[in-house]
Structures are given as structure tokens and as C-alpha cells.
Ligand binder design. Structure first.
Ligand SMILES: [Zn+2]
Ligand SMILES: [Zn+2]
Ligand SMILES: [Zn+2]
Length: 405
């Protein structure tokens, strides 16, 4: 597609002395380009170099390149022996052999402004015959043919590189491998290595989203006081929620919740127990589900049995023998128990333990005596009430009690 313009470069060499060397096999001259050097004015220069020089009188080489990129070139002769020709001009000298090696010219290339990035190859051609002259691209002074080995030159036109770090793909977003790309849109090249040898493209460097880590959740029926949910599936990594196993119906954690049924909670005030009736602790309960709580915030779960306070004991304190009366017989039991002549039963001990310390001793003995006398418990308003009555029945015992004290 590209039109390649061939331009002739002729080297005119002038040697002081002509040396004639007869050779059966043609000698070989190597011609190549040196490194491309960018100049401040934007042009690029490469040296033209000869090697293994057997001595030549005429050398003509051609430059073949992309004329869309290189608009012109100019050769500067290192030793004033080079003539650049346009078209098919060929100029040479027959005065002697040039035998030096190394740089014979510097060629400076002018590139188009937006030269495509990458390696721009400048090809060296030799061995082209001109106007019917057989193979006179390189001969020595004696018109002996010299083979020319050519090597292309390369002008690297730098990319405007961007380095992109690798990003691991997740179930939420795609990732990418580490890559480099050229910012220049007209260039648009992408590579997967820093040396720019593995050519890729913007699509290939991407890594697709990973599969979700799906957890299935069974449906839960809502209760009076707890929410339920429909069956759903969610991703334990990104928390996405779906209402179908195929994960096509997108939902969210709120939408799958079934609200609590909200049974009526009844507040029950505390009531003290009496001898006749059980009491009850303050509590709250639900008529629907029979749940019972001991706090309004419904954090202390209880049950209907636990909130009941049992009836107060039937017996009266100081009625040690449990006959329904407090009299000298009760006093006698305690007295004997304290003296160690008779041991009371557990129940009797409970009735006699007026100071409530769990042991029957002198203080209980005295309190029971007072109870019999009607002076226990102490009632300030009527300090002597009933004393006379009780004395009747228990007179004899009173004397004993006084003795004991
Ligand atoms: Zn580029
Ligand atoms: Zn996910
Ligand atoms: Zn309930």
C-alpha cells in the first residue's frame, strides 16, 4: 500500500594511490547503520558505517523507507567524499581505493509530525544496476566487483507509555493483569510486559468478574416478637442478595425480611402474696405466644410459673406446736429445746425462730415468752393489751420463764 521511494545514495571516494589486487572471489564490504539519535529539532540521525573494507572506489547504496513517515533525509559526508543524489544519479571517482572503516556519513531524517510509534526501519539496498550498467554498486579502482552486505537501520519512535498495575477481579468488579499502553490514541498499542514484546489489547488485559460466593438462607416464619424471612441467597463477599437460587432476582437484606406478627403484650403489676393468695412479680406477657418477660424491654424471658410468688405460710410464728394458738404449750416446747431436754421438729423450730436467724436460742425463747404474754411483737399503741388474758392460761409457765432468764 505504501509507496516506497527509493533514493540513491552515492559515495564518491578518492584514494591517493590505486592498488590493484587480483582476486578470484569478490571481496566483501559491510555497510550498516549506527544507533538512531534524536536531535533537538526533532530530526533523527544515524551514521552510515563501513566495515571489513577491502578498498572501494565506488559505493552506491539506496535507502528504502516509509515515505509517509520520513519526509526527507540529508547525508553529511564525514570526509567530503560523499555525494547525495536525487533519483538515479550516480557519482563516483576512479582516482583510487577508499580503505578506511567506520563512519562514512551521517544521515539525518525528517519525520512527519505524528509519526506512528514503534520501530521505523530504514532498509539499505545494494546491487541495483543503473541504466544498463551491470552491478556497479561497489567496485574498486580496478573495476573489480565488491560484494556488499547490508544491514537495516532502526529508528525507535517512542510510545507515550502508561503503566497499569494488576488489579484482582472480585465478584463486584473486573480486574486486569499488569500492562502497559500507549496514551496516544492513534497508536493505541497495549503490551503485557515492560519490554513491550508481548502485544495485547485493552480487552485481553481485563480479567472478568469472579463468581459470587453464594450462601443459601432458608425461609423463616415470623413470630409474635421476632422477624422472619423469605428464602434467599446472598454473596458472603459482596453481600448481594437474590430471591432465587439462580441469583437472577436481585433483592436486598431488608426486602427479604418478614415483619414480626406483633402479639399484644400485657403488663401485669406486682402483687404481694398473702396467706390466702399467691402473689405475682411484675411482668409482661403475650396473649398470642404465651411468652413471659420480667422487664418491659422484653430481654428477661421468664414463664408464667416463675413470676408467681407462693402464698405466705399458714402458721403463725410462735405457734410452735401448730395448734392455732400461742400459749404456754408453745413456750414449754421452746424452753425444753433450749434446755436440751426435748428436741423440736424442723417445723416447730421454724415457728419458734422468731428472730429468724435459723437457730433456736435464748432470744427466741424470750420472744416466744413475750408472744405468749402478748408483748411480742412490740406494738407501741397498746403495750399491755391481752396480757391479762394470756396470763390466765400460762401462769405457771411464766414463773419458769422468769427463772430461765
Ligand atoms: Zn504509541
Ligand atoms: Zn459477590
Ligand atoms: Zn407473642
Amino acid at each position: 500500500m505504501k509507496k516506497i521511494l527509493t533514493v540513491l545514495l552515492a559515495l564518491l571516494t578518492m584514494a591517493v594511490l590505486a592498488t590493484t589486487v587480483a582476486a578470484e572471489e569478490p571481496a566483501t564490504l559491510k555497510v550498516s547503520f549506527g544507533e538512531a539519535v534524536y536531535n533537538e529539532d526533532g530530526t533523527v540521525s544515524m551514521d552510515l558505517i563501513v566495515d571489513e573494507n577491502p578498498g572501494f572506489a565506488i559505493l552506491s547504496v539506496f535507502l528504502d523507507y516509509d515515505t509517509n513517515v520520513i519526509t526527507e533525509w540529508k547525508a553529511v559526508n564525514a570526509n567530503s567524499k560523499l555525494t547525495q543524489t536525487a533519483g538515479y544519479g550516480l557519482i563516483y571517482s576512479m582516482d583510487g581505493n577508499f580503505t578506511e572503516t567506520g563512519k562514512i556519513a551521517t544521515i539525518t531524517f525528517t519525520l512527519v509530525e505524528n509519526a506512528p510509534h514503534g520501530n521505523l526501519v530504514v532498509t539499505l539496498l545494494d546491487g541495483v544496476n543503473f541504466e544498463g550498467t551491470p552491478n556497479r554498486d561497489c567496485v574498486n579502482y580496478d573495476e573489480e566487483t565488491i560484494n556488499v552486505e547490508v544491514e537495516d537501520g532502526t529508528i525507535a519512535i517512542a510510545h507515550d507509555l502508561v503503566h497499569v498495575e494488576a488489579v484482582e477481579a472480585t465478584c463486584e468488579k473486573e480486574g486486569n493483569v499488569e500492562y502497559w499502553y500507549c496514551k496516544d490514541e492513534a497508536c493505541g498499542l497495549v503490551w503485557e510486559d515492560e519490554a513491550l514484546t508481548i502485544v495485547s489489547n485493552h480487552k485481553n488485559v481485563k480479567r472478568g468478574v469472579k463468581e459470587h460466593t453464594v450462601v443459601a438462607m432458608d425461609a423463616v416464619a415470623p413470630g409474635c416478637h421476632n422477624t422472619g424471612n423469605v428464602a434467599y441467597w446472598f454473596c458472603s463477599v459482596c453481600n448481594a442478595v437474590w430471591t432465587d437460587e439462580e441469583c437472577t432476582q436481585v433483592s436486598n437484606h431488608l426486602s427479604v425480611v418478614l415483619p414480626e406478627l406483633g402479639g399484644d403484650v400485657i403488663h401485669v403489676e406486682a402483687k404481694a402474696a398473702t396467706k390466702e393468695e399467691e402473689g405475682v412479680k411484675e411482668h409482661w406477657y403475650c396473649e398470642e405466644c404465651e411468652k413471659v418477660w420480667e422487664d418491659e424491654a422484653r430481654t428477661q424471658l421468664s414463664n408464667h410459673k416463675n413470676v408467681i410468688i407462693p402464698k405466705l405460710p399458714e402458721f403463725a410464728l410462735a405457734d410452735v406446736n401448730g395448734d392455732g394458738e400461742v400459749n404456754g404449750l408453745d413456750y414449754m416446747l421452746v424452753k425444753r429445746h433450749v434446755l436440751g431436754t426435748h428436741e423440736m421438729t424442723e417445723e416447730q423450730s421454724a415457728r419458734a425462730d422468731l428472730d429468724g436467724n435459723g437457730v433456736i436460742e435464748g432470744l427466741d425463747y424470750m420472744f416466744v415468752k413475750r408472744a405468749v404474754l402478748g408483748t411480742w411483737p412490740v406494738v407501741e399503741d397498746e403495750p399491755d393489751a391481752g396480757e391479762g388474758e394470756n396470763t390466765e392460761n400460762t401462769e405457771g409457765e411464766n414463773t419458769d420463764a422468769s427463772d430461765a432468764e
